[in-house]
Design a binder for this molecule. Structure first.
Ligand SMILES: NC(=O)c1ccc[n+]([C@@H]2O[C@H](COP(=O)([O-])OP(=O)(O)OC[C@H]3O[C@@H](n4cnc5c(N)ncnc54)[C@H](O)[C@@H]3O)[C@@H](O)[C@H]2O)c1
Length: 269
């Protein structure tokens, strides 16, 4: 069943990892997808994969830390596919350091990349989502269908995580934003939810090599695995499946929640 047939989606940070898997999953379920990333090459790779599998996709290279770029991103969805029904705010990154040594630059960078990007994209989507729904309500008494906004938080914001005070400030902020926007936008048939992934195998969680920006120490990877009830680390497709649920009509009565997708992370959620 093509749950998302006829729908138009934006997935941010869709060149790699969870975002790439989500873009592919939404396309496989019938959505036309705008594949956003800050890096052009992986964004094009995701588009190529979707097109090869018979889906519809276009790339939009943009850094939505700049709100004008978020407006341009929404413009690409409207220009290519004529609407915007689903916004998956997945873009994000880490710069870990213990709190006492974390300078303003590291704090601002992570807050911008995780929190501002998502807020900018959600706000840029308002004319295409809220205003369109409002016009439908004026004409027909209700929106034509529910529209969907999904934020990507993290289990780190639910449990706390040493070395990530910048990241949990951003990801915790997204949980609060989710609840508030769910209240503001519910009357317009817009569902607003978040996922809180646990430990998922991507470049953010790869075994850290000396001098690398991304990754975490091997010892922490092993500890994380030991805490997961289902006995394995997550895969990008595990999160993509929940994104697809939250993007679909199957979640039309779900709003304002953050769903932990962790394999049952003990000591957390
Ligand atoms: N991997 C995990 O275990 C895990 C756990 C919890 C939450 N998350 C969150 O899931 C999301 C995806 O992470 P991932 O693990 O797939 O990471 P990843 O690094 O594999 O992919 C993230 C993508 O986002 C892009 N990106 C970064 N900043 C951007 C920006 N400003 N504008 C546009 N694109 C940008 C990157 O270029 C990259 O392609 C992030 O928000 C991350 O914080 C990941």
């Amino acid at each position: 069943m093509a749950r998302l047939a006829g729908k138009v989606a934006i997935v941010t940070g869709a060149g790699r990892g969870i975002g790439a898997a989500t873009a592919a999953r939404l396309a496989a379920e019938g959505a036309a997808v705008v594949v956003n990333d800050i890096d052009p090459v992986p964004a094009e790779e995701t588009v190529t994969q979707i097109l090869a599998e018979g889906g519809q996709a276009v790339a939009c290279v943009a850094n939505t830390v700049d709100s004008a770029e978020a407006d341009r991103l929404v413009g690409v969805a409207l220009e290519h596919f004529g609407a915007l029904d689903i916004l998956i705010n997945n873009a994000g990154t880490t710069r870990d350091k213990m709190f006492h040594g974390m300078d303003d630059e590291m704090f601002d960078f992570v807050l911008d990349a995780n929190l501002k990007t998502a807020i900018h994209c959600a706000r840029a989507a308002m004319p295409a989502m809220r205003d369109v729904a409002k016009a439908e309500i004026a004409e027909h008494g209700r929106p034509a269908h529910n529209r969907k906004i999904v934020f990507t938080s993290s289990v780190a914001a639910l449990m706390g995580n040493p070395g990530q005070v910048n990241y949990v400030a951003a990801k915790g902020g997204l949980i609060a934003v989710t609840k508030t926007l769910a209240r503001e936008l519910g009357p317009f048939g817009i569902n607003v939810n978040a996922v809180a992934p646990g430990f998922v195998e991507t470049r953010l969680t790869q075994a850290k090599q000396p001098g690398e920006t991304y990754g975490i120490p091997d010892q922490m990877r092993e500890m994380a695995k030991a805490m997961i009830a289902l006995g394995r680390l997550g895969l990008p497709g595990d999160i993509a499946a929940v994104h697809a649920f939250l993007a679909s009509a199957d979640s039309d009565f779900v709003s304002g929640v953050t769903i932990p997708v962790t394999g049952g992370q003990l000591g957390g959620m």
